[in-house]
Design a protein around this ligand. Structure first.
Ligand SMILES: Cc1cc2nc3c(=O)[nH]c(=O)nc-3n(C[C@H](O)[C@H](O)[C@H](O)COP(=O)(O)OP(=O)(O)OC[C@H]3O[C@@H](n4cnc5c(N)ncnc54)[C@H](O)[C@@H]3O)c2cc1C
Length: 622
């Protein structure tokens, strides 16, 4: 069930067989949903992704965005696609029906988002940022602000952005220079420049609502002094109609390596001293408010990594089955040997296996994080809520950074599978690679995510979130060790697990020692190691389920004792082929990747500080 972008069979496996999301439908919050609804909407989402969004992919990349006479134009094809996307009810499916949504579990919407992300993230970002910004007004806005802005944003009538970054304030948001001056009527005069603002200006909607971080004059420096303001591109009159331009001007549209269909803008606020902003939430709580949007956005960026990875993998498999090149290595000396499809060559198979296992592991991790959000929201006790929310907190930097980095690596390998054709624009894989790269950078670079993991998330709730995650992994190891076919692979997972536990304890003990910089220095490799352990866990969990399903099918077909019959079934029974593939992913990962964890942990534990100690002057010869 591949549509060339996403394996919808694997989506269903994760949703129903691995996570068992039907449990959600037994809760009060999600009682109106059923498995049939999930499947029906998956079908609709697939049609939207393939028939409406995908055709904008290459075209949008070629056309790009342009600034002319102060106005920004985006790819023409996006307009019709956006209208259909809105009509289809895809703007805010997880939001309550009161604001125009469907109250859908996040995990359902996440599966559909995978399809949309695989089709074109540059397009999806226009809607995604709008809903994120509207969500801030929903949570922190006054009734008046909700009536004025929020509903029109949730419906997609107006657009939205997030305005944090400035030329001198990227990772260090607290260094921002944008100011807010109190006006007698309670509003604020906003003045400053924001750069790299996604969907910052465009001709898709008649108005754009910017949540802007700024410092009220006199407030303290750093993040603690930042407030957030609603700044519409066009002022909104009492009756809801549009007034004058709010002194928000686009200074530049970036020329980028990827997501060219999304307008990344420099926005100048208040050049003429006439830009009016309304305080959103409380003064000096701007970062707290913005983090509400950023945490959700980080999970969505993780899905962008997955979206590109899955599309690149599906394309690579298809290509490898069709491209005929070279005789098999074992027939090299046979002058009559025929060239075969490249999928027959061991090196290509290994690459495909690598891509398959990461794509499946990343899918399971991201869906699990989304499922935890739903479980937290629908739980009846504080204890349950905290447990599920704890998983989300712990996994957010991993979903964001690990999915985007490995998603990029999968795109890279896809280009290798295509050979020279992969480097050329006739095939989409080079665009996947270019478009995917940004996911490692925005919403806090992956370097910053690793610091968040090591510096904050590991120790959160006195380590209870981490312990709960380790508890899940431990249980899966025990389950898989009891399955004969998985036993030796489960032992590899156990070895990796023990190494990571030991390393985590070592790092935790360094906080107040002379080696306190070691966890910071090695935060990125630690995130990679932890991510690989999680991949091993999700894949092993999936494999143990698949083994049970295979056992039942073999029993029914009288093939339990015959490997030959089992191999025959792979060719005639799609379920057998699929489940055998799941088992293969876990075995491959346990054999190829998990054993490297031990050595990588040793490197960090050794705590070498060469990178810190080398003089700046020694990095290059002047
Ligand atoms: C296409 C695109 C779209 C974007 N969309 C938006 C948007 O919609 N809204 C918005 O507000 N911003 C947006 N951004 C900005 C983006 O979030 C920033 O580029 C990013 O946060 C990094 O900031 P910077 O570019 O200034 O890099 P810097 O902060 O200068 O970082 C450069 C390098 O130094 C590292 N570094 C910095 N500080 C530390 C530290 N303390 N410890 C360790 N390493 C550190 C970083 O990890 C990075 O590797 C976008 C950027 C791009 C390119």
């Amino acid at each position: 069930m591949s549509n060339g972008l996403v394996n919808t069979r694997d989506q269903q496996f994760v949703l129903f067989e691995q996570l068992g999301i039907e449990k959600l439908f037994a809760t009060e919050k999600f009682k109106d949903f059923s498995k049939d609804d999930v499947l029906m909407m998956q079908n609709e989402a697939e049609k939207m992704a393939i028939n409406v969004i995908l055709p904008t992919y290459t075209e949008g990349d070629k056309e790009g965005c342009h600034l002319k006479d102060g106005n920004v134009s985006i790819p023409k094809s996006y307009k019709d696609a956006f209208a259909k996307f809105k009509e289809g009810g895809w703007m805010c499916p997880t939001k309550s029906p009161d604001v125009g949504g469907q109250g859908m579990p996040v995990v359902m919407a996440t599966a559909y988002l995978e399809l949309f992300s695989a089709a074109n993230i540059a397009f999806c970002m226009y809607g995604g940022l709008t809903i994120g910004a509207a969500g801030l007004i929903e949570k922190f806005g006054t009734e008046e602000q909700k009536n004025k802005y929020m509903y029109k944003m949730f419906s997609g009538e107006w657009g939205g952005t997030m305005c944090l970054t400035e030329p001198g304030a990227g990772s260090d948001v607290g260094a921002l220079k944008t100011t807010a001056k109190r006006l007698p009527d309670g509003t604020f005069s906003i003045s400053g420049t924001k750069c790299f603002i996604s969907a910052g200006d465009h001709d898709l909607t008649p108005n754009i609502i910017h949540p802007v971080l700024a410092r009220i004059e006199g407030d303290p420096p750093g993040t603690g002094g930042i407030s957030i303001f609603i700044v519409p591109k066009y002022k909104v009159k009492e009756d809801g109609s549009l007034g004058k331009l709010n002194d928000v001007h686009t200074g530049n549209v970036e020329h980028k390596m990827g997501i060219k269909g999304n307008a990344t803008c420099t926005l100048n606020f208040g050049d003429d001293g006439k830009c009016i902003g309304e305080l959103l939430g409380k003064e000096k709580e701007g970062m707290k408010v913005m983090f509400h949007m950023m945490n959700e956005a980080r999970l969505e960026v993780g899905m962008q990594g997955l979206g590109h990875g899955t599309a690149a993998y599906e394309h690579a498999v298809q290509y490898a089955k069709e491209r005929i090149q070279s005789v098999p290595v074992w027939e090299m000396k046979n002058p009559d040997a025929k060239s075969v499809a490249i999928i027959q060559h061991p090196d290509v198979r290994r690459d495909l296996m690598w891509m398959k296992s990461y794509v499946e592991g990343i899918r399971a991790m991201n869906y699990f994080a989304a499922y935890c959000m739903d479980m937290a929201e629908s739980s009846s006790s504080k204890e349950d809520h905290d447990k599920w929310h704890g998983f989300v907190e712990l996994l957010t930097p991993l979903c964001k950074a690990f999915s985007s980095d490995r998603g990029f690596d999968v795109c890279n390998k896809a280009i290798d599978v295509y050979g020279g054709y992969g480097f050329c624009q006739e095939y989409p894989v080079e665009q996947y690679l270019r478009d995917c790269k940004i996911a490692a950078i925005y919403e806090g670079t992956n370097g910053i995510q690793s610091l968040d993991l090591v510096g904050r998330k590991l120790g959160q709730r006195k380590g209870a979130n981490m312990m709960a995650m380790m508890g899940l992994i431990g249980a899966t190891i025990a389950k898989a060790k009891a399955i004969e076919d998985l036993k030796k692979y489960a032992v590899k997972l156990e070895e990796a697990f023990n190494c990571v536990v030991e390393l985590t304890m070592t790092l935790a003990g360094l906080g107040k020692s002379a080696n306190f910089l070691v966890p910071i220095l090695y935060a990125s490799p630690f995130l990679d190691i932890f991510g690989d352990l999680l991949m091993g866990y999700f894949l092993m969990d999936a494999a143990s389920i698949a083994e049970e399903k295979l056992g039942a099918i073999y029993q029914e077909a009288g093939a339990e004792e015959s490997k030959g019959k089992q191999r025959g079934l792979i060719r005639t029974n799609a379920d057998v082929a699929y489940y055998a593939g799941k088992v293969a992913s876990a075995k491959f990962f346990a054999t190829e990747i998990l054993p490297t964890i031990k050595g990588r942990c040793e490197v960090i534990k050794a705590g070498d500080k060469i990178a810190l100690e080398i003089a700046d002057e020694s990095f290059t010869i002047i």
